[in-house]
Design a protein around this ligand. Structure first.
Ligand code: SF4
Length: 334
């Protein structure tokens, strides 16, 4: 039996594309990519939507974490960014390259995706699809069942594994044809994966842009930190992050590295803060005031804040949060 690897996001399009191919007697294994920018992963290791979709379709699922490689793509995308900091075209090229490697290892013959011609402005234009095929080394080997009738003939069609007449000719951003098809197939419980990528979120994009500008060699740890707390840019080389609740305080603590400065208000309930970069005395003072301002001691004239430059012993600094106005708020990134 001919086997295909399907890129499965767990959304409706990829689920339908696989269904169409299964109906033609092709064996399909699903491949799902997760990155540190996915919003819908359980503990960062599994995409629940793709798991559910694979179960509904009755096919195997391989989940691949490509965070490390994806970070290089985010830093230097050959084809640029979309509306926020989403390098969609380069991201898709990476995913198809990975898909190609997996296809070859797995003895599969082609790739299936749920892409729809004209549905997404950056990566689903005709020209973008050609670039993706060329750059991923998959010319003729990507079958897009939902739009296949509008696209050039692929190898699986030429070889007779797939009947072109049974492919579809969906185009554009309207979801109506897909919703109708889902209802024909009895698929009625599907998540909406749009918005599943943090890089398309305008608020997160502000934090990312600040990081990319001030620390171009940023790490996975820096990005994980962007997902937590309130962020303040102290100088081009220093920032502080303040937890918003107990859970965030714990997560921020788990990301602390040597050279970071951890701050807490002494003897009063308050947040944990992490200052990172070239943190001099002035930056420690500002971080301590910000930390105190988010604690129960914010109205006191004198507050002791404990700070520790990891792994040095902890020290204390006395600050007066009530004497400082909103000027520190201006340092807030978002
Ligand atoms: S939205 Fe995010 S995950 Fe989706 S293609 Fe763009 S960069 Fe990649």
């Amino acid at each position: 039996m001919v086997k295909a690897i399907a890129l499965l996001s767990g959304g409706l399009d990829s689920t339908l594309a696989i269904k169409v191919v299964l109906e033609q007697g092709i064996e399909v294994e699903a491949l799902n990519f997760i990155t540190l920018f996915c919003r819908c992963t359980a503990k960062g290791s599994t995409c629940l939507a793709s798991q559910k979709a694979a179960q509904t379709l009755g096919i195997g699922l391989k989940v691949m974490n490509i965070s490390e490689e994806f970070l290089s793509v985010v830093k230097h995308p050959k084809y640029g960014y979309g509306k926020n900091v989403n390098p969609c075209l380069d991201c898709r090229i990476l995913m198809f390259k990975k898909g190609c490697e997996y296809m070859n290892q797995d003895g599969a013959s082609f790739i299936v995706t749920g892409e729809v011609l004209g549905e997404r402005p950056m990566s689903q234009r005709r020209e973008a699809m050609q670039i993706i095929e060329r750059e991923s080394g998959l010319q003729g080997l990507i079958l897009r069942p939902l739009s296949a009738k509008l696209l050039p003939l692929t190898v699986p069609e030429k070889k007779g594994w797939i009947t072109r007449e049974r492919m579809l000719a969906i185009t554009g951003r309207s979801r109506k044809p897909q919703i109708k098809l889902a209802s024909d197939y009895g698929i009625n419980d599907y998540p909406c994966p749009a918005g599943g990528c943090l890089l398309t979120d305008p608020g997160f994009a502000l934090r990312m842009k600040d990081l990319m500008k001030n620390k171009p060699d940023f790490s996975l740890n820096d990005v994980h930190l962007l997902k937590l707390g309130r962020h303040f840019r102290l100088t081009p080389l220093a920032k502080v992050v303040v937890g918003r609740n107990e859970e965030e305080n714990g997560k921020i603590l788990s990301l602390v590295k040597e050279g970071d400065t951890v701050l807490r208000v002494k003897n009063v309930p308050g947040p944990l803060a992490l200052a990172r970069g070239e943190v001099d005395h002035q930056a420690i003072l500002q971080s301590a005031i910000i930390t105190a301002k988010y604690s129960k001691a914010k109205f006191l004239p004198g507050v002791e804040v404990e700070y520790q430059v990891i792994p040095m012993p902890a020290k204390e600094i006395l600050v007066s949060p009530s004497m400082v106005g909103d000027e520190l708020g201006l340092l807030r990134i978002n």
